[in-house]
Design a protein around this ligand. Structure first.
Ligand code: GLA
Length: 730
């Protein structure tokens, strides 16, 4: 307590008592269509979570939940505090830990009040104020419910009025309790470059399992911030209780999953506090990022459809709009191109039938030309040797060919071989007295510095000012943060990881304020950065540089649990030895693009691609906005199968892919379809049939009832490795 004056304590306590005279045993319900999170205020004004699960029919019965259901006999209030603090009664992993201005490390948060506000149709915000009875320190817990989508977002704001700075040692966004289950099964992801979204499902044992990232920028490279937890047994596509969750933060994150001695699962998620103690000045509000979650009692498919509906409506830029198909030049030229070559590729884009040509890396740098990945990042002037007439002439050629023009940038980065590095070494994240350590031969600019934010914003703004018809941007981010140190932050080095991300958001806010609509692809050396905070500024993300279609089936499958097809960019490239039909059919289950040498395609391959692009455009409403039903997983079957059913149920597209090359592999049995109207009839037709080949599935009408009970065999086998079916209600 140190310098804390007793009379302040008296005033403070009486304030709380006055504010909360009738609050004891109050129950606060955070409700969505199917689930309820029930919080309870006890007689000591402690706020605890007494229930999270399928909603009860009668709200008044939450009060009947017996105390022993929520509390350990000797540990009243310990295990299920709604936002666990450190240094008082809680002895398990805290959601928040602080060092007060006087050096004391104890925090106890008591309920003060709540406000419930409607903030949109079916969207309600609950704001719960907690305060320490001893220190002038308070936390607001925010819950936003999206009723129809069964999604809850949770975050906090933290503030104090102590004499001096308080150090936030841990500052999580959310603290959930799952209880009453004998077993908890965690489905988590890990990866590396070209191996993103590798799935693992294991039973949680007692103790703490941590999912985290400490990479700074390209934070998802080893582990993304999304996960699932099944109750009792691993949920399947259509059955079981399962929680899907993730943090809306584009930097270091940390999720603790602690199975406590009473078999309650405590999930604590927020910004990673590693090397990030935050010095909070008096009366300044510290806001934690949002943590989203959804609980499904009908398996993973239901959870992911809810998530997709929510994401497209509220979280992804232009999530309910359309998307451009495109031809990218990265794999066909790498850094080796000139104006003539690019103009040919633009003409090829038109020939292929895509909407846009995307110029990738290598177009900039003069003193240090970008002919490889070891120079020029930061020097965003057009390379005069390769493009003597600038970008404008390429945009013009694109316009004349009736295709849009897009361009690649990586504005957060700097190459040591660049004018920018020489001019502004203080803008670079690097230790002053240590040897530089590079990731892909480059370093990260210090976005905590407002001058650097101006510079990065200027890279985008200048491109638009010089090329007002620019139709698309690919924003890349290839390096992680090594040797974390900011010249700008001085004594506040532990703020860097947090201030970097907030600096990035500030830049993106400015970009979107001036250029609200231009589609932008989020890329981070493959799928190194994607979450529901950054997708507010981007229309789509690049899941992986690995575009081998077999690998992509698995990756796209896993990503599809968390991100809708409209946001997931899939390109047909030279990776993999499979025929172009297989590659295209795989890329069509999301946002379709190409990165091939069109000129090298034989006549039939070209004709196939042209037709497939036409089919895709005609069906994009179903694929990009339809409800996704996963029918057969690639993990357990020879054939992976999924179907997108459009919103009014009139049309569906079913993709079927062979994922096993062994003798006799294929779809021996019909695949049962989901999501149709059993009383309707559907014409089933094969599309994307290769030129001069017969369809393997004969066009025929079936009832929805038949298709959902007996199913249809797509006849996928070693000769027909992918089959795409279109279903039209007749
Ligand atoms: C990253 C991206 C690629 C490509 C290259 C260019 O690796 O993931 O798609 O843009 O950078 O250098």
């Amino acid at each position: 307590m140190g310098k804390f004056k007793p009379y302040i304590l008296v005033i403070f306590l009486s304030l709380i008592i006055n504010l909360t005279p009738m609050m004891a045993q109050e129950i606060i319900l955070i409700k969505t269509k199917n689930t309820t999170l029930a919080l309870q205020v006890n007689t000591s004004n402690e706020l605890s979570t007494i229930y999270f699960g399928a909603s009860l029919d009668n709200d008044n019965e939450y009060g009947f939940i017996p105390p022993e259901y929520s509390q350990g006999t000797d540990y009243s209030g310990v295990y299920n505090a709604t936002y666990t603090s450190s240094g008082s009664k809680n002895l398990l992993e805290p959601a928040i830990a602080v060092t007060h201005a006087d050096g004391n490390t104890s925090l106890d948060l008591h309920y003060v009040s709540k406000t419930i506000t409607s903030i949109g149709e079916g969207i309600t915000q609950t704001d719960i104020l907690l305060r320490d009875p001893v220190y002038p320190f308070e936390v607001h817990l925010f819950y936003v419910t999206y009723f129809e989508n069964d999604i809850i977002e949770q975050w906090t704001t933290i503030k104090h009025s102590e004499k001096g700075e308080v150090i936030l040692n841990k500052f999580s966004s959310a603290n959930l309790y799952l209880k009453g289950s004998k077993e908890y099964w965690l489905n988590q992801y890990h990866g590396d470059w070209a191996q993103e979204m590798q799935s693992e499902e294991t039973r949680l044992t007692h103790g703490i399992k941590v999912l985290d990232s400490k990479l700074g920028t390209r934070a998802n490279l080893f582990q993304p911030p999304v996960f699932m937890v099944s109750l009792e047994t691993p949920a399947t596509e259509n059955e079981g209780f399962v929680l899907f969750a993730g943090l809306e933060w584009s930097g270091n994150f940390r999720t603790d999953l602690e199975l406590d001695p009473l078999n309650n699962l405590r999930i604590i998620s927020g910004i990673n506090n590693d090397a990030s103690n935050y010095r909070l000045a008096k009366n300044v509000i510290f806001k934690t990022p949002k943590f989203w979650f959804t609980l499904s009692s009908q398996g993973k498919g239901f959870a992911s459809r809810n998530l997709h509906n929510w994401a497209t409506k509220y979280k992804i830029l232009d999530g309910e709009g359309s998307r451009y198909t495109l031809l990218n030049n990265w794999e066909s030229t790498y850094f080796d191109f000139d104006e003539a070559k690019l103009k040919d590729l633009i003409v090829d884009s038109r020939r292929l039938g895509v909407d846009l040509f995307l110029l990738d890396d290598g177009w900039f740098g003069n003193d240090y030309p970008r002919n490889n990945d070891d120079a020029a990042l930061g020097d965003w002037d057009v390379n005069k040797k390769k493009l003597p007439n600038g970008i404008a002439t390429l945009v013009e050629t694109a316009t004349n060919n009736n295709v849009g023009f897009g361009i690649w940038i990586e504005p957060e980065m700097v190459s040591p071989e660049s004018n920018l590095y020489q001019k502004h070494p203080d803008w670079v994240i690097k230790q002053p007295d240590r040897e530089e350590h590079y990731f892909r031969n480059q370093l990260v600019l210090d976005l905590s510095n407002p001058k650097v934010q101006d510079f990065v914003y200027g890279v985008v703004d200048d491109l638009f000012i010089e090329n007002p018809d620019l139709a698309y941007i690919k924003w890349d981010c290839n390096a992680v943060i090594y040797n974390s140190y900011s010249k700008h932050l001085g004594a506040n080095q532990s703020h860097l990881y947090i201030d970097y991300v907030n600096g990035l958001y500030k830049v993106l806010e400015r970009v979107r304020a001036k250029y609200p609509k231009t589609p932008m692809m989020l890329c981070a050396g493959g799928g190194g950065r994607v979450d529901y905070a950054v997708l507010k500024y981007f229309t789509e993300f690049w899941p992986s540089d690995n575009t081998d279609p077999i690998e992509r089936i698995f990756m796209q499958w896993e990503y599809s649990y968390f991100y809708p097809a409209i946001a997931t960019v899939n390109h047909v490239t030279n990776w993999g030895k499979q025929p172009i039909k297989f590659k295209t059919d795989v890329a069509m289950m999301g946002k379709l693009g190409f990165d091939i040498v069109v000129e090298d395609l034989n006549e039939e391959d070209l004709e196939f691609c042209q037709n497939a692009i036409k089919n895709y455009s005609a069906l994009s409403n179903s694929i990009l906005h339809g409800a996704l039903y996963r029918l057969q997983s690639p993990l357990k079957n020879d054939v992976a199968s999924l179907i997108f059913v459009n919103k009014n149920g009139n049309e569906a597209v079913m993709f079927n892919y062979l994922v096993n090359n062994r003798y006799g592999s294929g779809s021996r049995n019909p695949i049962i379809i989901k999501g149709l109207d059993k009383d309707a009839h559907y014409l089933v037709e094969e599309i994307n049939v290769y030129p001069n080949k017969e369809p393997v599935v004969i066009s025929k009408a079936y009832s929805g009832d038949f298709l959902m009970k007996i199913g249809i065999n797509p006849h996928v086998n070693l000769n027909n490795t992918s089959v795409v079916l279109k279903l039209t209600r007749i």
